[in-house]
Design a binder for this molecule. Structure first.
Ligand code: 3PG
Length: 307
């Protein structure tokens, strides 16, 4: 009997785990659950005799992949797969997949939620500002970016986007103004929401020069990855521009410097919260389970990311 391990340091909602279990058991496989594990070594041990793994932001590095002697497939229930060592997976003939789009609305709602929170001065009772009429730049117009645009337009924001991989007509059809470069986007928009993946090209790519282009009263919103930010550069921006704010769905490495110097100008979720809704857990978790069973039964590799 094939074994499917769900290894989630940040567990799925119970309803999602129940749904995953049903899909796995209905297909004649066994579900193994490893949640809130204390140590990466626990994950390495748990993978030893399983055929498939479902993870979230859990680190599937070379140690994990090499420990999985029977491992055939690893599915990241979510969008970003920067936590999987794709080279190691390919070398060991392990198929790596993600579940694109399944948790996008949850992430987009958090981005707008954090924007409202900051615009209203953390709900401290003082007069804040509104989002209506403000410009929002979406940096990368993928699944999350599209939902951000949809919600922001509901707020009455003027929405722009930069994405060299998406054609202008797609954006225009959504009522979003395409711009030709990141520089133009940051130069135009009071709010910028980041949706770029973390990879060799994007790491530390958002820094001083780009952020200094933003108009007065700027807010950078990061529900992507902390790794895409050049934190030293951002701190320089904070020092030179008291009007600049930063919202991030995970604490930066240099969190202490923001905390000691810039109270009221930042908000960080303590643990990545973007996809932490039951709906997103169900969507992404069940998609991951279905993709595994479809791979075992039919060899379907549609969502493979290490082809
Ligand atoms: C993603 O890449 O899908 C999101 O960042 C969600 O990550 P999480 O599953 O760790 O919450």
């Amino acid at each position: 009997m094939k074994k499917v391990l769900v290894a989630t340091d940040k567990p799925f909602a119970k309803i999602a785990v129940d749904g995953i279990r049903k899909i796995v058991e209905d297909a004649g496989c066994e579900l193994v659950l490893l949640e809130k594990y204390a140590d990466h070594a626990d994950f390495v041990r748990a993978v030893e005799d399983v055929d498939a793994v479902i993870i979230r932001s859990d680190i599937a590095d070379r140690r994990v992949i090499e420990a999985g002697k029977k491992l055939k497939i690893i599915v990241r229930a979510g969008a970003g797969y920067d936590n999987i060592d794709l080279n190691a997976a390919t070398e060991h003939k392990v198929v790596a997949m993600n579940t694109p789009g399944q948790n996008s609305n949850a992430v987009a709602e958090l981005a707008l939620g954090m924007m409202v929170y900051m615009a209203r001065n953390s709900f401290n009772g003082s007069s804040g500002t509104e989002l209506r009429g403000k410009s929002l730049g979406i940096h990368a117009y993928g699944n999350v970016g599209k939902y951000v645009a949809l919600i922001a337009k509901g707020f009455g924001m003027n929405v722009f986007a930069f994405d060299p991989y998406v054609d202008n007509d797609t954006m225009l059809a959504d009522g979003v103004q395409p711009v030709a470069s990141a520089e133009e986007l940051y130069g135009k928009c009071q709010y910028v929401s980041l949706h770029i993946p973390a990879n060799a090209q994007t790491k530390k790519s958002i820094g001083y020069d780009l952020l200094m282009k933003m108009p007065k009263g700027a807010t950078l919103v990061n529900t992507a990855r902390k790794e895409v930010i050049d934190e030293e550069g951002l701190l320089r921006v904070f020092e030179e521009r008291p009007d600049f704010k930063y919202l991030s769905d995970i604490e930066p490495d240099l969190k202490n410097q923001f905390e000691s110097l810039y109270a009221g100008r930042y908000f960080f979720t303590p643990k990545k919260m973007g996809a932490q809704t039951s709906e997103a857990n169900v969507n992404a978790g069940l998609a991951a389970a279905r993709q595994i069973i479809d791979f075992f039964e039919n060899g379907n590799t549609t969502f493979q990311v290490n082809k």
